[in-house]
Design a protein around this ligand. Structure first.
Ligand SMILES: NC(=O)C1=CN([C@@H]2O[C@H](COP(=O)(O)OP(=O)(O)OC[C@H]3O[C@@H](n4cnc5c(N)ncnc54)[C@H](OP(=O)(O)O)[C@@H]3O)[C@@H](O)[C@H]2O)[C@@H](O)CC1
Ligand SMILES: [K+]
Length: 509
């Protein structure tokens, strides 16, 4: 699914109006109608007090449409105009008048703090104050209204985007953003919904299809792609009935040090569970028995040292390599990694301490093999590309890094973001239970295992992150967030594959 900019959204609206020969009012009626349907199917006629706060632009116009439809269907609604400006939009004014025709009363005007209404925890608050037309952070009494509403315990629903958030620009004042419980957005999600600083204001969101022109949407280059079930299914490579284990490649997992052999175990197991034909783990000597006992299917090669990796010697050509989990930053280990970079051509997934070794030795970074995948969490990323002032600058820096090094960068987080050259991809699966030791090792192993099966570096990254998240979601559904461990993610990879095809969902238009 495409994540579009505010500008693209406006263009899509404009082109839709031309092509479908409708007025912008009709489009607004469609948009407001969808929000009404959503609410009506949940409220089921129960007259809970609904307070709708409308700005004076088209977002406010949407709020007016929702208000009118709710009133016409017998709901208990109070509509407020948050009168932050006199530049009322035409669509707003038209729908403002229509409210009067229905209720025989004008909505309540809010112009200062004294006008703020009392809201109880039983109420529903709808935020239609600002949409994607926000041009600066809300200030004065408007900001106070937003903070006031945030402090109430009512259920809070935002129309299109929580007021005070820019669709695709850095947040300036985090105290001036409506904190939604749920957001209903039109046609395409906004980039702000996924970035660490702004996503928490959106919490849950749903995309409502308001029938914008599909040709226009299909052709445009989005700000980012959201990887949902639809995209994941299209990535899947059918497994040939007549294949043998050689068809699915030979993964090399280089990981572990004394006390951290588990990292190599988890990565090796994930590589198998995602479908690699063969897996060899290269570990310090102390890991030999552990690997052979925990994963009898794996082959094991060991370093000459007992506790750390100092020289990676293998007697086969790996299809793909996963490297770094639990290796530590010992000088001899760094040298071994450098040597591997110089001598291996197989695509590599570089994780954990191998990333830190790269960050600390810019000379080693120059040796980074083409077709590498780097999987940093935020701390590792900072060491690699330096600090950033906001989420958007971070993404630009990572794009630059990706282009310079021809590498895929997977920024791990609540919405894991995959960066390849100028393109951004955002993963839709995963849950807070996965913030647990070993989860990253499992991801590295899974992506290595996909590379072995012929997925290219971008496909393996997207599909691996998606399946890893889906496996985590499946595990959490059974055992809950707290009990979830990395092994549960690995154990659920098979089910995640199966779920790709049991849950037949088409891409929304
Ligand atoms: N187009 C369509 O057909 C459809 C559009 N739809 C809906 O339209 C929404 C976009 O509407 P919109 O463009 O009117 O912008 P919106 O966010 O309502 O407000 C802009 C107003 O706020 C003002 N303003 C901005 N920042 C401010 C601040 N800090 N403090 C005070 N004022 C501030 C700004 O003033 P200015 O920046 O010009 O000074 C302007 O007056 C979109 O999110 C969706 O809900 C749907 O119905 C689908 C069909
Ligand atoms: K809003």
């Amino acid at each position: 699914m495409k994540i579009v900019s505010a500008e693209q959204q406006y263009n899509a609206d404009k082109i839709t109006i031309e092509k479908q020969q409708i007025t912008s009012l009709e489009l607004m009626e469609r948009a407001g109608g969808q929000i009404f349907e959503w609410l009506d199917s949940r409220l089921e006629g129960v007259p809970v007090p609904v307070h709708i706060f409308c700005g004076i632009g088209d977002n406010g116009g949407d709020g007016m449409v929702v208000g009118r439809l709710l009133i016409e269907h017998g709901y208990n609604v109070v509509i407020y105009v948050v009168n932050y400006s006199d530049k009322r939009s035409d669509n707003f004014l038209y729908n403002y008048d229509r409210i009067k025709k229905v209720t025989k009363n004008w909505p309540i005007i809010i112009k200062r703090e004294a006008h703020f209404p009392k809201i109880t925890s039983e109420d529903v608050v709808i935020d239609a104050i600002f949409g994607i037309g926000l041009s600066r952070s809300p200030e004065g009494w408007v900001k106070k209204l937003i903070t006031y509403l945030n402090e109430t315990e009512a259920f809070k629903l935002s129309i299109d985007i929580p007021s005070g958030l820019f669709a695709n620009k850095a947040l300036e004042d985090e105290d001036a953003v409506f904190l939604a419980n749920h957001t209903l957005t039109f046609q395409a999600p906004k980039l702000a919904f996924f970035l660490p600083k702004t996503a928490p204001f959106v919490r849950d969101f749903e995309v409502l299809d308001i029938g914008l022109d599909s040709d226009f949407l299909d052709d445009l280059k989005p700000l980012a792609h959201l990887i949902t079930l639809f995209e994941a299914k299209n990535l899947y490579k059918y497994r040939d009935k007549y294949a043998h284990k050689g068809t699915f490649g030979h993964a090399l997992i280089v990981g572990g040090s004394y006390g951290k052999i588990g990292a190599a175990v988890l990565a090796s197991k994930a590589a198998f569970k995602i479908g690699a034909g063969l897996v060899t783990a290269f570990v310090p000597k102390c890991g030999y028995n552990i690997l052979q006992t925990t994963i009898p299917e794996a082959m094991v090669a060991t370093d000459k040292e007992d506790e750390i990796i100092t020289n990676i010697v293998i007697d086969f050509e790996p299809t793909a390599i996963g490297i770094g989990m639990g290796i530590g930053k010992n000088k001899a280990t760094a040298e071994a990694i450098t040597k591997l970079f110089k001598t291996q051509n197989a695509p590599m997934v570089i994780d954990a301490d191998a990333l830190n070794i790269l960050a600390e030795n810019k000379e080693v970074l120059k040796l980074l093999p083409k077709s590498s995948i780097l999987t940093p969490h935020p701390g590792e990323l900072k060491r690699l590309i330096g600090a950033w002032k906001d989420d958007y600058e971070k993404l630009e820096k990572v794009k630059k890094f990706s282009k310079k090094n021809e590498a895929v960068v997977i920024i791990k987080g609540a919405f894991t973001t995959i960066v390849y050259m100028d393109n951004l991809y955002i993963n839709s699966t995963g849950n807070p239970g996965m913030a647990t030791g070993g989860s990253g090792d499992a991801l590295t192993g899974a992506i290595t295992g996909l590379l072995c099966q012929g997925y290219n570096i971008l496909q393996a990254s997207l599909f691996g992150v998606y399946l890893h998240g889906l496996a985590g979601d499946n595990a959490a559904n059974v055992i809950g967030y707290e009990a979830l461990m990395a092994s549960d993610i690995i154990d659920n990879l098979g089910k995640a594959y199966m779920e790709l095809f049991t849950n037949d969902m088409e891409e929304p238009e």
